[in-house]
Design a protein around this ligand. Structure first.
Ligand code: ATP
Ligand code: MG
Ligand code: MG
Ligand code: MG
Length: 433
């Protein structure tokens, strides 16, 4: 993408409405714009990041055996009346009446709808287990939307739903998702701490919240430092069931439930940090299948309600969480896995025909090699170009000027380390490809 034709409205000043770094940087780098409280337009750069995160989440869901569907954003009230949550959900639910006076709602989550889908189409234990997920916009009328897309009213969530014949099978499914979550966050370059949680409004008896460490997090966590090592190991391969049980037995508590006098972890091994909830998994048994009559025939022919779980990831919240974890004073530092472009190509002298011809050629070569490049071909001073490229946070910068070209070298800068190197063009291209 040529920056001269890219829609990337950057801001020099810090927007007054933004209280935290990620919100400031998302506005300044031109990733999002607010249209009303907690509701945002995703601009080209922001959307590219959102899509990359979405794809990683999708790959790990598929890998764990879940199948993708797409349920609508608008749901009929009747389903929620059946489960009993229509009244219980309260003011966070955006309620809509259509032209025929039918009560509808903008989905804050999809347990009811997917249970309805299941009961209408699955009749026997032979079709179990099943996991169905979608990645869809949700609406929750948060009382205090804040921190940009971190606590929006409209947000993108991956929500997966599982159906099993009994609790043993459901436990295996739960652990599969637990591992999928560890892998997902590790691929995003994040340390996620799974914290045993109250099941809250969804109800049930087994639940973990996945918390990303960030200073601006809303909860305070106390956890065994061994969890951090497991996190990274999760990428190396499949984690066996024993390891999962061991990991789940490690200490991790939210502030309210942490008792320093009765903590099983020695002080030297205990970490305290702020966390942002980026994922949440629940096993809630037959809560919805009983209420909504989702039953299948078991091996003995008798009808039994299915054992269910639900598993959410805040895909749009992750964009903010990633920036909270990866930035410096100059701007965003994207991990390669989710960067909008891998390389920022900077033409220092657009008026110099040779320099521009060389840049155009590099841009073409990288494009042919499948490398995503944001090419700053704008006719403006080098200072502004450096500032914008640092702000936007591409992992690699290729800086091309007439003087270097004369000596047969170009400059490569690593955004994360700040390290700059002069290399031959060939070596530079190899480095960033
Ligand atoms: P929170 O405690 O932050 O309000 P929640 O517990 O209400 O979140 P869940 O119902 O567990 O959220 O939904 C699954 C995931 O969706 C959360 O872990 C979070 O990552 C994301 N999420 C929830 N609410 C929002 C929101 N208002 N804006 C962005 N992401 C959200
Ligand atoms: Mg909430
Ligand atoms: Mg929560
Ligand atoms: Mg939650």
């Amino acid at each position: 993408m040529r920056l001269s034709s890219c829609f990337m409205p950057t801001l020099k000043e810090n927007p007054a409405e933004a209280q935290i770094t990620s919100h400031r940087l998302m506005l300044r780098a031109g990733l999002i714009r607010q249209t009303s409280a907690g509701i945002y337009i995703w601009l080209p750069l922001g959307l590219r990041v959102l899509r990359k995160i979405e794809q990683i989440v999708r790959e790990e869901q598929d890998r764990a055996g879940a199948q993708e569907i797409l349920m609508p954003t608008i749901q009929p009230a009747e389903l929620w009346q059946e489960s009993g949550r229509y009244d219980a959900y309260g003011k966070e639910m955006l309620r809509i009446t259509d032209r025929h006076d039918r009560e509808m709602l903008y989905g804050p989550t999809n347990e009811e709808m997917v249970t309805d889908l299941f009961r209408n189409n699955v009749k026997t234990y032979k079709d179990l287990p099943k996991m169905l997920y979608h990645i869809q916009w949700k609406f929750r009328d948060e009382i205090r939307p804040r921190f940009g897309i971190m606590r929006g009213r409209e947000f993108l969530m991956k929500d997966n739903y599982s159906f099993d014949i009994d609790t043993d099978a459901a436990r295996i499914t739960y652990n599969k998702m637990y591992v999928a979550y560890l892998r997902t966050f590790a691929r995003l370059g994040m340390v996620a701490i799974p914290v045993r949680a109250d099941a809250g409004a969804i109800g049930g008896d087994l639940s973990h919240e996945f918390q990303i460490l960030a200073e601006t997090g809303e909860s305070t966590l106390h956890y065994d430092k061994a969890i951090e090592d497991f996190n990274l190991a999760s990428l190396a391969g499949d984690i066996d069931p024993e390891t999962v049980e061991k990991l789940q037995s490690l200490y991790a508590m939210e502030e309210e439930k942490h008792d320093p006098d009765n903590c099983p972890v020695p002080a030297a091994d205990l970490r305290t940090a702020k966390g942002v909830e980026v994922g949440h998994i629940f096993f809630f048994g037959t809560k919805y299948s009983e209420a909504m009559n989702a039953k299948v025939a078991g091996p003995d022919g008798n009808l039994v309600p299915v054992e269910m779980g639900s598993y959410g990831i805040g895909v749009s919240r992750l964009v903010g969480a990633l920036i909270e974890a990866n930035h410096d004073d100059n701007g965003i530092i994207w991990p390669e896995a989710v960067a909008p472009y891998k390389v920022g190509l900077i033409n220092l002298r657009t008026k110099d025909d040779e320099c521009t011809a060389a840049c155009d050629d590099i841009y073409r070569q990288l494009g042919d090699a499948g490398v995503e490049v944001l090419y700053d071909d704008r006719d403006m001073g080098a200072g502004g170009k450096f500032a914008d490229m640092d702000l936007a946070g591409m992992p690699w910068q290729l800086i091309i000027g007439p003087r270097g070209l004369k000596n047969g070298v170009v400059e490569v800068k690593n955004r994360a380390t700040g390290e700059r190197e002069e290399l031959s063009l060939e070596d530079a291209l190899k480095k960033v490809s």
